[in-house]
Design a binder for this molecule. Structure first.
Ligand code: GRF
Length: 202
């Protein structure tokens, strides 16, 4: 099997990028060939530099349409012969056309137990709602936001003593373990999708 090339898309801090970069280094058959970032000055850009991962900055405002923006990104992906896309805090919705092009090869992580608390503020929304359990979800990306077939989920209890900050900390710690595990399953071709169900081949 040839080496699988991963592209990570991120807009912000990049703690998931860093966790993935650390994990992928130990895998024999994969590497992160590219970071795609849409936000100038995002901390993830420095993390890529430190991990010796090539990065490209593609800003939406420099393109007249989402299609043109995505064409530029696709060109970068082709250049690097990318097989798998890992969204890690990428704050843009990808078009149905883009998603179809990379069907079943794009993963996303969401800091809540989907389908609850979709959207940008999953941790805060769950905390404010008063649920006793939230968690982390890794799923395939389809044409709707935070919607595709679920690969892995882990519950995180919300304690009475939690503040938003302490909960965020625990959720992120789980993310940093769960995401590399899910990406590894995809790389090792251990995921079988049937409809909405994802079977993990042992
Ligand atoms: C994570 O909480 C992830 O679940 C969400 O965006 C956040 C990104 O954080 N999609 P970071 O940039 O990886 O630190």
């Amino acid at each position: 099997m040839k080496d699988k090339k991963i592209a990570v898309f991120a807009s912000g801090k990049g703690s998931n990028f860093a966790a993935l970069a650390g994990a992928v280094k130990k895998w024999p058959k994969a590497d992160i060939a590219l970071l795609v970032c849409d936000t100038p000055g995002a901390a993830v850009l420095n993390k890529a530099k430190r991990a010796a991962v090539k990065s490209v900055l593609v800003e939406r405002k420099n393109f007249s349409s989402r299609a043109a923006f995505e064409r530029k990104i696709t060109a970068h992906l082709k250049n690097e012969k990318i097989d798998v896309i890992v969204l890690a805090g990428f704050m843009r919705l990808l078009s149905p056309l883009f998603v179809r092009k990379f069907k079943n090869r794009i993963l996303n992580i969401h800091p809540a137990l989907l389908p609850a608390f979709k959207g940008e503020h999953g941790i805060r929304d769950a905390f404010d709602y008063g649920v006793k359990t939230s968690g982390v979800t890794v799923h395939f990306v389809d044409e709707k936001m935070d919607h595709g077939p679920i690969i892995l989920q882990q519950a995180v209890p919300i304690r009475e003593t939690d503040t938003l900050e302490t909960l965020e900390k625990r959720i992120h710690a789980i993310e940093h373990r769960l995401y590399p595990n899910a990406v590894k399953l995809l790389i090792d071709e251990k995921l079988k999708i049937t409809g909405r169900k994802v079977l993990i081949l042992r």
